[in-house]
Design a protein around this ligand. Sequence first.
Ligand SMILES: *Cc1c(COP(=O)(O)O)cnc(C)c1O
Length: 376
Amino acid sequence: MEKRILLSYPTMHGEEMCFVQEAFEKNWIAPLGFNCDLFEEEMSAYIGRGQSQRYHALSLCSGSAALHLAYKLAGVTRGDIVLCSDMTFAATVNPVSYEGGTQVYIDSERETWNMSPKALEKAFEKYPQAKVVALAHLYGTPAKMDEILDVCNHYGAVLVEDAAESLSATYKGRQTGTFGKYGVVSFNGNKIITTSGGGMLLTADKAARDKAFFWATQAREKAAWYEHEEIGYNYRMSNVVAGIGRGQLLHLEEHRAAKERIYKRYEVELKDLPITMNPYLPETKPNFWLSCMLLDEDVKVTPMEILEKLNEKNIETRPIWKPMHLQPVFKANDFIYAEEKPVGEDIFTRGLCLPSDIKMTEDEQAYVIDAIKNCF
Ligand SMILES: *Cc1c(COP(=O)(O)O)cnc(C)c1O
């Protein structure tokens, strides 16, 4: 193929430009503004659909910023232990360090690849003082929420839910990002919808949302002059960027359906190979952000060999997120697992993310599938 087939990149539709245009016409280019307010309202309506509870959304410059504010709201401070997903993107866990907390990493389970409730329980036995749990829904697949919440509630811990990859995915009909006291989504360029860069904090606690707004706008007190009692941040989303998000949100369900078709096609067409697809629970509807494959245990070819072979054919693939406890920067952090051997490490050594871009044509996906088959 002459054109490189990519993992996932932005898909624009046209409405985005209309909202951006409006911001330009009103010369409302600054952070804050009508697009931010409306994007927040539209998102909170979207994620709260069918629920009696109302969610408050705060638009921010990135998912990482939203996670940082979520940890601050959860009260993470110097010396605190935070029980974190091990197999995830570093952005989930970095802000714990900004606040002086220490991450203890919790292994994955095999049914969703997300945080193992069993390992979480074990971690609480070792660290009963832990007050915050940080859970990511990997690749758009919801975690075992009932079990995770049971453990969190039993130990009185606050759940921070990183739904950066899973916007529009549901667990028993309920949106990811609404289970934790604080939920986070990302609109980074490769996510299911994008604003070029941005994120949102979600919470049912209006006062918490307002506190996060205060921190995100330089912690400016109510006074005519700039009065500060706390350390603040410049974390707000711009009104221009929020316009892109409003346009994208109109197409979120369509993006989800397209991602699902891609996953289902891989699943069907690769079924005779010694591989399985990234699994999910029947009571969940993932958003299928990235389709991933897992090589069977006895297979000789490695994910890196497949990555290189596909790369030669101009196809982008990517290794699974390398578990945090294997990262040099976190070598001093504890890691808790509940199976015979760590599950995340095993998935990392046998898994690979496949092209999942919704602009990929059927012919292009056939070309990818063919290239994968040729590796065996
Ligand atoms: C993308 C991502 C983030 C960070 O979002 P940004 O908007 O890029 O800061 C956090 N966690 C996970 C799991 C992600 O994939």
